[in-house]
Write a protein that binds this ligand. Structure first.
Ligand code: NAP
Length: 434
């Protein structure tokens, strides 16, 4: 029996699915000892800090993660940061393989004037803020105005728009961070625009998220039905067959035709609107859009513009990886060939393929990369592990420590009818596990 030591960096879905694929590949001849390294005191990555709080079902995948963690050959090293506490080349020396699952945490820039104005945020800030990520605890988001514009036509834009447009009592029974809940309860935002630069047939939303919009209890949702019919015609004429696009268009039309209740709160979807300038002196005052049209396969600028006044802008147009030492980053992700990065180093998840796919996509991604990793293995190194590398006094959040944090949060939630009450600072999180 050969026992190989594998270090995984990043305890999000890609990290856990990589550990699972390794565990599933143990047999009579080989075994894996897995160390999962995470810079935060809390694991689960986007399942904790990304998934919208009003979508608790998606978070049940954390049960799979906790099962992975219960294996005796698995260890969690939370509160340990690559670059700060340990170096990649030291891990590469100790372990038979290193798998980087560090995701994409930076919001892509639009590259237009006005992105520096107050009350302009990337979804990469807004989402972790409402989810209680300790790095965003002090973000000042002003919800005093009436109108918000969310830029982007993907599921993250949809999440941001819903969080702003929901009646906050609907969020009371969720694990939205307390500080964000206070802001949502005091929010004056009543109109949320979601602006996509291409047509409805090109939108990156998925149908279940669109269908959900017709069930919102306190928010009317508007799509321009004529625009949707035109998109359907264009799509039919193009001769393409794509179930995803067809169901998206059907879902949008269904929402467009659903009776409106005259709610004070509304969401309105705009298509063929490219952001040109975030308008304002110090604080955002509006967004100037170029109006586009679809010409054959292309989306072209008509030369017309429209400026929509607003008080808050969230841009949800994709993510890039935060670069670190030891590997090459290119086009916002780690340079790799099918997951191979360099000698005995691999990458899985958004850091590998860019910010696409749902949580489950990481399962097949991890399996494929683990097959390559196994094919590259020869003899175990037997050269120690992370415990030889950590500076004295490093306060590691191991699985036991994390379970205490987790249980405390859940207990605090029970008392308030929520799945959990999140601790939202490093100090508070560390104190819960002590
Ligand atoms: P996404 O699905 O790639 O959508 C990004 C959107 O931003 C697209 O509409 C894109 O338009 C637009 N965009 C990009 N650059 C732009 C620019 N310069 N100006 C204007 N618009 C621009 O990314 P995402 O929404 O960040 O989501 C990331 C992944 O997570 C996706 O796979 C998503 O499905 C997944 N996710 C899933 C859920 C769920 O299952 N409920 C929730 C959240 C996220 P173009 O198409 O024109 O480029």
């Amino acid at each position: 029996m050969k026992t190989f030591k594998i270090a995984i960096v990043g305890a999000g879905p890609a990290g856990y699915f990589t550990a699972l694929a390794l565990q599933n590949s143990c047999n009579d001849e080989r075994n894996f000892k897995i160390d999962l390294i995470e810079r935060l005191p809390t694991p689960w990555g986007l399942v904790r800090s990304g998934v919208a709080p009003d979508h608790p079902k998606i978070k049940t995948v954390s049960k799979v993660f906790e099962k992975v963690a219960s294996d005796p050959n698995f260890r969690l090293f939370g509160n340990v940061e690559l670059g700060r506490d340990i170096k990649l080349d030291d891990l590469q020396e100790k372990y038979d393989a290193v798998v980087l699952c560090t995701g994409s945490s930076i919001g892509k820039k639009l590259g237009i004037p006005g992105e520096n104005l107050t009350n302009y945020f990337s979804a990469a800030e807004f989402v972790p803020w409402y989810n209680g990520h300790p790095d965003y605890e002090n973000l000042e988001i002003n919800l005093n105005g009436k109108v918000a514009i969310v830029i982007g036509a993907g599921n993250v834009a949809m999440d941001c728009a819903r969080m702003l447009a929901l009646e906050p009592t609907e969020l009371d029974p969720t694990d939205t961070a307390d500080r964000a809940m206070k802001s949502f309860h005091g929010s004056s935002i009543r109109k949320v625009y979601v602006a996509g630069r291409r047509g409805p047939e090109h939108a990156a939303f998925t149908a279940p998220e669109l269908r959900e919009l017709s069930h919102l209890k306190h928010t009317d949702v508007y799509f321009n039905l004529e625009g949707l019919e035109e998109a359907s015609d264009r799509f039919a004429k193009s001769g393409q067959v794509d179930k995803h696009i067809t169901s998206n268009l059907e879902a949008m039309k269904h929402v467009a035709q659903s009776p409106k209740q005259g709610h004070e709160r509304s969401m309105e979807f705009l298509f063929l609107h490219s952001p040109k300038v975030i308008v304002g002196q110090e604080k955002v005052e509006g967004v100037q859009f170029a109006i586009n049209q679809v010409q054959g396969e292309k989306v072209v600028d008509t030369g017309r513009t429209v400026t929509i006044p607003c008080d808050l802008v969230i841009s949800a147009v994709g993510y890039e990886s935060l670069p670190y030492e030891g590997v090459v980053f290119e086009k916002g992700r780690i340079k790799n060939s099918d997951g191979r990065v360099c000698k005995s180093t691999y990458v899985v998840g958004w850091a590998k393929r860019g910010p696409s796919g749902v949580i489950g996509t990481n399962k097949s991604d991890a399996s494929e990369v683990v097959s390559l990793l196994i094919a590259d293995l020869t003899e175990p190194k037997n050269n120690g592990d992370i415990t030889d590398l950590l500076p004295n006094g490093t306060k590691v959040v191991d699985q036991k420590y994390w379970m205490k944090i987790n249980e405390s949060e859940i207990k605090a939630g029970e008392a308030r009818g929520k799945p959990r009450v999140k601790a939202t600072t490093y100090e508070a999180l560390m104190a819960l596990g002590d």
